[in-house]
Write a protein that binds this ligand. Structure first.
Ligand SMILES: NC(=O)c1ccc[n+]([C@@H]2O[C@H](COP(=O)([O-])OP(=O)(O)OC[C@H]3O[C@@H](n4cnc5c(N)ncnc54)[C@H](O)[C@@H]3O)[C@@H](O)[C@H]2O)c1
Length: 376
């Protein structure tokens, strides 16, 4: 019997599944979360308590994919499990919305992308910050060409809890589970953002990755554990459009929480994006390019040359009846999925793969202490 609702399963029921995927599905009409899987029974129970539609729970992702008759799965496990879970979903003909980064390695990501293409699986990757309103406006301005030839892009994802060195160790500190630490985890968002904004690729990278706190006490057990991922990384990038770039992804910006900043400068203008001011953008643009936008504070002086503009309502993504909440990339994915049209969605595995390739170039550049050319 044909199902009229999209049947969704969630594999990996931890933080992002509970706080981001479930609320996004619950706000998407025509969707039912029907199955959940986690190796932790506690995590399954916590997620299942968020909705009353989950009839199937398990600790075995292959069983869920075989038995729960789902159309789509969210893959929200630790990074090491993205590859095996996604490959099994593809083998079972189940569509996939996967957390970032797509995989542990470039080779895994290539296989996942190729298999999805071959089986015509619908894919999405949760580069969630594309939905930050100021990021949407930056994309619109850059796509209009108003900045002219792009010279320079710097992008920072500065994350940091208080008392960073004393934080308990988690899977994010283990290379075999996470692949990367601060640079790959946080920086992958900014890499995707810049490639999306500029509609370009990366020609070459040079990188410096660093583990600042080499040993931690493991969360839960308190046992000493060696940290095998980087706490932070700094990268120089030559973009294919000729721009020179700087990228920093880090967990070590003590007390900053989560803070993204990016600046783009071109021959005709520049823009400064700051995630902590999500509804505005600072720009220096020719007057005619400013015309469509509401000006919050006009620049022009030497100490304040940039003009602050408001993100237009059409790009704010506020949810009707819930003005404090915004649309998510996952809600966009579901909407595209439900349209009866040929399926093209970005960010999907194509975008996940291109970020993974740059990450691998970065790891090689750091290990060899030299520039690495891309494609690998
Ligand atoms: N897009 C974003 O902005 C964003 C933000 C946070 C996390 N993430 C990504 O989401 C994923 C999960 O992160 P999190 O913060 O929720 O971590 P988490 O530790 O809270 O949850 C991960 C869950 O995966 C489960 N798991 C591990 N192996 C499993 C297996 N074999 N089968 C089933 N479940 C398994 C764990 O038990 C745990 O409950 C990661 O890939 C992370 O990079 C993305």
């Amino acid at each position: 019997m044909p199902q009229d609702k999209l049947r969704v399963g969630i594999i990996g029921c931890g933080g992002i599944a509970q706080h981001h995927h479930v609320p996004s599905y619950l706000r998407s009409p025509g969707v039912e979360i029907v199955a959940a899987c986690d190796v932790s029974a506690e995590a399954v129970a916590a997620l299942a308590a968020l909705t009353d539609t989950i009839a199937y729970t398990t600790d075995d992702y292959a069983a869920l994919l075989r038995e729960a008759q789902v159309d789509l799965v969210s893959v929200c496990t630790t990074n090491d499990m993205h590859y095996p879970v996604v490959m099994e979903a593809i083998a079972q003909g189940v569509d996939v919305f996967c957390e970032k980064p797509l995989a542990l390695t470039h080779a895994q990501a290539q296989e996942m992308y190729a298999a999805a293409q071959e089986r015509r699986i619908k894919t999405g990757v949760n580069f969630a910050h594309r939905r930050t309103p100021a990021a949407q406006l930056a994309r619109e301005i850059l796509a209009s060409g108003a900045l002219g030839q792009i010279y320079h892009v710097s992008a920072i994802y500065a994350a940091g809890a208080p008392h960073y060195a004393q934080r308990p160790g988690t899977w994010r500190n283990q290379r075999e589970k996470a692949g990367f630490g601060g640079l790959g985890d946080m920086g992958s968002h900014m890499l995707d953002m810049v490639l999306w904004w500029l509609d370009t690729g990366v020609d070459a990278v040079a990188a410096n990755l660093r583990t600042v706190v080499p040993e931690r006490l493991q969360a839960g057990t308190g046992a000493p554990m060696r940290v095998t991922t980087e706490d932070e990384g700094m990268v120089l990038l030559n973009y294919a459009n000729g721009a020179l770039g700087y990228l920093c992804g880090s967990y070590t910006f003590t007390g900053r929480g989560y803070d993204q900043r990016a600046e783009v400068y071109g021959s005709e203008g520049g823009l400064m994006y700051d995630q902590q001011h999500p509804y505005q953008l600072q720009v220096w643009l020719p007057e005619e390019a400013l015309e469509p936008y509401t000006i919050l504070e006009r620049g022009g002086s030497l100490d304040r040359p940039y003009t602050t503009i408001l993100v237009p309502e059409r790009l704010q993504g506020r949810l009707p009846g819930e003005p404090q909440r915004r649309r998510t990339v996952l809600m966009d994915f579901v909407e595209a999925y439900q349209r009866d049209e040929p399926f093209v969605f970005a960010p999907g595995f194509c975008e996940g793969l291109r970020v993974q390739e740059v990450l691998e170039g970065i790891a090689r550049a750091d290990a060899a202490r030299c520039w690495i050319s891309l494609p690998l």
